[in-house]
Design a protein around this ligand. Structure first.
Ligand SMILES: [Zn+2]
Length: 267
């Protein structure tokens, strides 16, 4: 039984990964996500079904479009494989619990954002709103309304804090310090990250764990920017994917990170 679930989750990850990669390309380029069938980004020819199978098509087309022979960006098979692996990892870590669904929603936002933020420096509001609503729906199924509400407050607090940091940063350094997309994304991460403790402390713990995610994201982002000098015109690195990776790490290592945070704020 277990093996069937694992195979199904992997296939679902590949198919959704393919869809997320497509969204990551279409949304910044103002192409409808649902309207038309898949086409080549270079020559625009509609793809036949067998040219559109996740990963396998990339391999048997040898990474090139069947029609114009232009190379297909490696980011697409990368997103498909990574999505399948992360879905699988989420299941193996959490089973079908609340954290599985939270991690899977974060993974989904990450997959779209990897393509849109790395290639086009764009984090889609629609994806964030959809992700935020999905999180609230999943939380409402598993948790008491008061806990769901405290997580929404946590998201709002993080959004405001980051907005404050941005305004301060812009004032101090006289240049753009944080992207608007990153600030909204932190709001969504604030809804996603925990905990089930009661009341006031729940919000503090949520805020602290989101800041741990931000800290981890900054370190990974810094290493990445040293290795690959990828910045846009305003000198901003695509930070969204790192924030989501940071949030997933906090979720995965919650049993280690949470006692550490509790120790700091002395609960
Ligand atoms: Zn083509």
């Amino acid at each position: 039984m277990e093996i069937i679930i694992i195979v199904l989750i992997t296939i679902l990850g590949l198919i959704l990964g393919s869809f997320y990669g497509c969204m990551g390309y279409r949304i910044p380029n103002k192409i409808s996500v649902t309207a038309s069938r898949s086409f080549c980004n270079e020559c625009g020819k509609t793809l036949k079904w067998y040219m559109n199978i996740p990963v396998f098509s990339y391999i048997f087309l040898k990474g090139r479009c069947h029609y114009c022979k232009k190379p297909i960006d490696f980011v697409y098979p990368f997103v498909e494989i990574t999505c399948a692996l992360l879905f699988l990892c989420n299941y193996l870590m959490f089973g079908f619990t609340l954290n599985f669904f939270i991690a899977t929603i974060l993974t989904s936002i990450l997959m779209v954002t990897i393509v849109s933020d790395f290639l086009y420096y764009y984090i889609s509001d629609r994806v964030l709103v959809l992700g935020g609503i999905s999180l609230i729906v999943v939380l409402s199924i598993f948790l008491d309304m008061s806990l769901v509400f405290s997580r929404i407050i946590n998201g709002a607090i993080l959004f405001m804090l980051l907005l404050g940091i941005k305004i301060l940063g812009n004032y101090m350094f006289k240049k753009e310090s944080l992207g608007d997309g990153d600030i909204k994304l932190m709001g969504v991460i604030g809804i996603a990250l925990r905990s089930s403790e009661l009341g006031f402390y729940n919000i503090i713990l949520g805020t602290m764990s989101s800041f741990v995610a931000l800290f981890i994201a900054s370190i990974i982002g810094l290493i990445f920017s040293v290795i690959i000098h990828k910045k846009n015109k305003e000198g901003i690195i695509p930070f969204g994917p790192f924030l989501l990776i940071g949030a997933l790490i906090v979720l995965y290592f919650e049993p280690i990170i949470m006692p550490f945070i509790k120790n700091i704020i002395n609960i």
